[in-house]
Design a protein around this ligand. Structure first.
Ligand code: NAD
Length: 274
């Protein structure tokens, strides 16, 4: 009998919520989910940008989409977002927990470990960890109420799995300034991996799968010094392109990964292989 493996990747009739949806990676994630048939809730901090991008998805892929302003670090904002998605689409089948904070104060964000302020640490943790938990909690509860099961994907980072190499940051500029990888980022992303495994183990009996998508460095305007120092550490010899993360997301969101849970899908060009 002829197989229908292509159908395993279909997201027709599913509703997906994506947080951090209008960021560098979020837009490609939303496009990927919409192209495979999902209705998408575009969730981020700016209502106008969310609404405009949702309209683009409707236009480009012929699916329904809604833009919702939500601060993932705020429990009542998260509750309101989930209620709005359910009232519009009836149910949630896929959550891509993807938002992370770049901070509004880059001097504080990129400060040395020795000088790092607890206030900045807590600010980043409140989005990257508290926010991830709050959205997973609210959507997981909704999926349990529906009795439909579901797929939750949480964006971690390669630097939650291995440390960054401080030597690659000599002479490296991004966002108009010298950069580094602060400890709070690595710590928050390691927490995402821990939360993912915990939820997978605890919600498996409700048919809810929970996996981490683990990207490594994506090219988005870093200077040539950074690109070449970083690329020298990568077996494939280059940084990732944003589009190269999308296949992994669609796999994890769809029935193509129906027996995969508690997994970290690392998309790093081999960076963690040696
Ligand atoms: N770009 C990379 O190289 C890379 C590498 C590894 C992991 N990641 C991870 O991938 C995810 C997406 O990263 P990106 O590069 O698109 O970053 P980005 O900064 O472009 O996007 C993050 C989005 O999250 C939103 N956000 C921030 N705080 C929020 C809050 N409190 N509530 C709701 N939304 C909030 C921002 O507005 C932004 O649109 C992040 O989790 C990031 O840590 C990125």
């Amino acid at each position: 009998m002829k197989s229908h493996y292509k159908d395993f990747f279909s997201l027709n009739g599913r509703t997906a919520v994506v947080t951090g949806a209008v960021g560098i990676l979020g837009q490609g994630f939303c496009r990927g989910l919409a192209e495979f048939g999902a209705q998408v809730a575009v969730v981020d901090l700016d209502q106008d940008r969310c609404s405009k991008f949702a309209a683009e998805l409707q236009q480009d892929y012929g699916v329904s989409a809604i833009g919702i302003c939500c601060d993932v670090a705020n429990p009542s904002s998260v509750g309101g977002m989930v209620a709005q998605v359910v009232s519009r689409f009836g149910a949630i089948h896929v959550l891509h927990n993807n938002a992370a904070s770049k901070s509004s104060d880059l001097d504080a964000f990129f400060a040395s470990t020795e000088e790092y302020s607890l206030a900045e640490w807590r600010k980043i943790m409140s989005v990257n960890v508290d926010g991830m938990f709050l959205v997973a909690q609210a959507v997981g509860k909704q999926m349990q109420k529906q009795g439909t099961g579901g797929s939750i994907i949480q964006t971690a980072s390669i630097y939650g799995i291995v440390s960054s190499d401080k030597r690659i940051y000599e002479g490296s500029f991004y966002l108009g300034r010298q950069i580094s990888n602060p400890a709070v980022y690595s710590t928050s992303k390691a927490a995402v991996v821990g939360l993912t495994r915990y939820l997978a183990a605890n919600w498996g009996d409700s048919g809810i799968r929970v996996n981490a998508l683990v990207p490594a460095g994506v090219e988005s305007g870093q200077n040539d010094t950074f690109k070449s120092r970083y690329s020298a550490r990568v077996p494939l010899g280059r940084m990732a392109k944003a589009d190269e993360m999308v296949g992994a997301l669609v796999y994890l969101a769809s029935d193509a990964s129906s027996y995969v849970t508690g997994h970290c899908l690392v998309v790093d060009g081999g960076l963690s292989a040696w």
